[in-house]
Design a protein around this ligand. Structure first.
Ligand code: ADP
Ligand code: ADP
Length: 224
């Protein structure tokens, strides 16, 4: 069954730039795919269309939902390259934010935030503040915040691009372990061929703008 499907999708922005398409992509539930392509080819646009942060100019974007889920963006976790944490709030409060906005009671929200922090290896940092954390740790907080609502789909937009090699590799391995444990659909935008092949089951390579699919490569993963 499909988690996401885009059919005949194009996107032309208000300034006349045709960013995408026509673009067709079907992502199965639980799949981990990477989107690879030159800068400006429309990778972020694909993620924003899936998250319903932007509407297609033509074509159809479908996202599988649970019964009763109607709000745009519900069921989707988004991780950006910039962790965009609130500097005045503790790590726990940063992670709890989506639950707070969703009206989840404080005690439950705090417990779920702590569980999400534990899942990314930051159980001991709930009371810290963002300024006290390294870049890799801030990224983990950002990942915990995306996971705290238990979304079916995780969209990641060049999340690790600003990190040093070792931190990036650790995060790659931890993300893989999380994906195996949680069974979520992951759509991962990256510039790194290594990262795309290392992480995903499938690499979708895009052309330069307007982005179309150039190659759709299945990776035969051998379990470690
Ligand atoms: P949409 O068609 O998705 O509503 P718009 O063209 O209305 O998008 O632009 C949305 C926002 O993005 C505007 O605030 C605009 O200033 C900003 N923006 C404009 N050009 C670019 C660009 N080249 N890259 C990123 N953001 C841009
Ligand atoms: P990528 O993620 O592959 O770098 P993007 O999806 O961010 O590509 O952008 C694709 C193209 O659309 C780029 O030329 C970018 O400048 C343009 N663009 C992105 N967002 C907007 C916007 N809101 N308004 C106008 N142009 C945009």
């Amino acid at each position: 069954h499909l988690a996401v499907s885009l059919r005949g999708v194009t996107k032309t922005y208000g300034n006349g730039i045709m960013a995408l398409g026509p673009f067709d992509l079907a992502v199965r539930k639980g799949e981990f795919i990477s989107l690879l392509g030159p800068s400006g080819c429309g990778k972020s646009t694909v993620l924003r269309l899936i998250a319903e942060l932007s509407a297609p100019s033509s074509g159809i974007v479908r996202v599988a939902r649970h019964e009763g889920e109607v709000q745009p963006g519900h069921g989707i976790g988004f991780v950006f390259q910039e962790p965009t944490l609130m500097p005045w709030a503790s790590v726990r409060e940063n992670v709890r934010l989506p639950l707070k906005l969703g009206g989840v009671p404080k005690a439950e929200g705090r417990a779920r935030a702590d569980a999400a922090l534990a899942s990314v290896g930051l159980a001991d940092f709930a009371d810290s503040f963002p300024r006290e954390l390294s870049g890799g740790m801030k990224m983990r907080v950002s990942l915990a915040r995306a996971l705290v609502t238990d979304p079916d789909i995780l969209l990641m937009d060049e999340p690790f691009a600003a990190l040093d090699e070792i931190t990036r590799f650790r995060l790659n391995n931890d993300l893989l372990a999380l994906w195996r444990a949680l069974g979520k659909t992951v759509i991962f935008v990256t510039h790194s061929v290594f990262e795309s092949v290392y992480l995903s089951q499938r690499v979708v390579v895009m052309t330069a703008r307007p982005g179309r699919i150039r190659a759709d490569i299945r990776i035969e993963t051998v379990e470690p």
